[in-house]
Unconditional design. Structure first.
Length: 424
């Protein structure tokens, strides 16, 4: 592969090897193979000495390398990282592992820093995702003295990711694995005003042990599925990209609070009276989608014109998105928010639907299909609107939204059977 040099992420971004990578089948270990396929050529930023390598990124940049001769799916990867001597800014130099890497513009990276923090970041189409899978987090597992060694380990099983430092699990989350086998690599960064040296050794990739696999399966059970799910009336029967059974709260939907409760098969949204609340899963991004969810108002509302729920799509952040929502009086609309402001002209104005079930405790299934700039909207299996919109340049999120009428108790909407399919 060719070496890459990119701007370091602002604010992103002695343990024995026996602690890590315990799989029975070894996919890769030993000396770093230079060339292509292999780890690429040596240069002033990446130097190899047998089974050891030295990263010396230029000030304010990060250097990444990966072995182009090996692609894998489930795996256990570990490496020993030596803290740099005399770093000028312990918060801006870091090193670690790349995984789920398909090219230089699309990967995850789990890195540690000499200030005692670690993070897992994601790059999508050349841009760092605003919402990190794991934000910078302090851990006592790290050894911080200059020259001290830390074993970083990442275990991938399906869409579950476990991160360990010195044999202590510090993070576990579900991520968006590539559709095919991908590369594993290394990364290091220097602070803006210094050239930091990171020594790496004992790089090893094995299979996932039986106990790790069982643990990952238990964590993921009924929380996320891909490939095939039980057909749902009003939804597509195509390939599943993402589905959530809402059996328990997943932090990738955001933190627990009084407005959002996930569990027992539903996501309950209880906005403050007179306001809306929304969440999107920050672990998954999509291009074209066929998204579907069922919504239900828990009890009669004081105002059926200002209480509604539905799907968010083309979500870039909390200030830029589209929303397709249905009110309990049977009216439906699509609105757009740009830079935090709802646009006066709606893509689809409020429209009375004969196919909608009206009133509290009635369930309606909303479906949003996007192909390029074309959008089709369906309610209970019937197309109710279509329009041409302005999709983001990059893959975007899909989420849930609900609004409550102005009243003493407010309204609670439940969302279930949430799934995102590949458009047919």
């Amino acid at each position: 592969m060719r070496p890459i040099l990119v701007a370091a992420l602002a604010f992103l971004i002695a343990a024995p090897p026996a602690l890590a990578c315990t799989g029975q089948s070894v996919h890769l270990e030993g000396d770093f193979v230079i060339g292509d396929p292999g780890w690429g050529p040596q240069d002033e930023r990446f130097n190899v000495q047998g089974a050891k390598a030295v990263f010396t990124p230029e000030p304010g940049t990060q250097t990444a390398r990966w072995n182009t001769g090996l692609t894998l799916t489930d795996l256990d990867v570990c490496v020993t990282l030596t803290m740099p001597n005399d770093p000028t800014d312990t918060s801006r130099t870091y090193a670690g592992l790349l995984f789920w890497l398909t090219d230089k513009d699309n990967f995850y990276e789990a890195v540690i820093a000499p200030n005692g923090l670690f993070t897992v970041a994601r790059k999508i189409n050349g841009r760092i995702a605003a919402a990190a899978p794991v934000p910078w987090t302090r851990t006592s597992a790290l050894k911080l003295e200059p020259g001290s060694q830390n074993v970083l380990r990442v275990t991938l099983e399906g869409q579950m990711v476990a991160v360990r430092i010195n044999d202590q699990e510090v993070a576990r989350f579900r991520g968006q694995a590539p559709a095919k086998a991908s590369y594993v690599g290394l990364v290091a960064a220097s602070a803006p005003d210094s050239t930091d040296v990171w020594h790496v050794a004992d790089f090893k990739i094995t299979n996932v042990t039986t106990s790790d696999a069982a643990d990952a399966k238990a964590k993921a059970e009924e929380q996320i599925s891909t490939g095939t799910v039980e057909p749902k009336k009003g939804c597509s029967s195509g390939e599943v990209l993402f589905a959530d059974a809402f059996d328990e709260h997943d932090p990738t939907w955001g933190p627990k609070d009084a407005r959002v409760a996930i569990g027992n098969g539903v996501a309950e949204l209880s906005p403050v009276p007179g306001t809306s609340t929304f969440r999107w899963n920050k672990a998954f991004v999509f291009d074209d989608i066929d998204a579907c969810a069922s919504v239900r108002l828990a009890r009669p509302t004081m105002d059926s014109t200002t209480s509604y729920a539905g799907l968010m799509f083309w979500v870039q952040d909390d200030r830029n998105f589209y929303e397709a929502v249905l009110a309990p009086n049977g009216y439906f609309t699509v609105a757009r928010v740009v830079d935090g402001k709802a646009q006066e002209k709606r893509p689809v104005e409020w429209t009375k639907l004969n196919v909608a079930e009206t009133g509290a405790k009635e369930t309606n299934t909303l479906r949003v299909v996007t192909k390029g700039s074309k959008v089709s909207l369906l309610v209970n299996g019937t197309e109710v609107a279509s329009f041409t919109g302005e999709p983001p340049e990059d893959p975007s999120y899909v989420g849930l939204l609900a609004a409550s009428a102005q009243s003493k108790k407010g309204d609670t909407w439940s969302v279930s059977d949430f799934r995102v399919m590949a458009p047919q």
